[in-house]
Design a protein around this ligand. Sequence first.
Ligand code: HEC
Length: 125
Amino acid sequence: MKRYSVMLLAIPLAIGATALQAAEKAAAGAATPSAVAAADRSPEAVVNSQCIECHGSGKKHAPRIDDREDWTKRASKGLDALALGAIRGHHGMPARGGRPDLTDAEFKAAIFHMFTRAVTAPAKK
Ligand code: HEC
């Protein structure tokens, strides 16, 4: 069991390392590397490029971005508790939603962005 979770952790880390190398290469050639990197890490960009894969459609039973009820229920335990589970990853969710390069603050901002979108979405029924 322990070995299994170590392996699970290693996968996103390996992907992150590759992405980092690619980002460094891209940054070296880009005219405004810091602007590009910052844009890619904004809460909205992170959600739209990464989290949406599962949270857009509810894939693997991820709470959908427009599901106010689900997010309200989950957020009732507090943003820190919510973030902690998501940072570690659980059930169908990879650690940090598959973005191990994000800091805790950046990851929390992405969660908050999704939560805000959920609670401001029109009620479904
Ligand atoms: C590969 C699919 C997938 C991706 C990509 C993904 N998630 Fe998730 N996420 C899930 C699933 C599935 C759950 C439900 C897990 C559960 O209820 O135990 C979940 C649950 C969550 C929760 C709620 C955790 C809780 O304690 O209830 C948060 C917060 C979250 N994700 C944030 C994110 C953020 C932020 C991103 C983007 C950086 C992201 N997720 C990307 C699949 C994904």
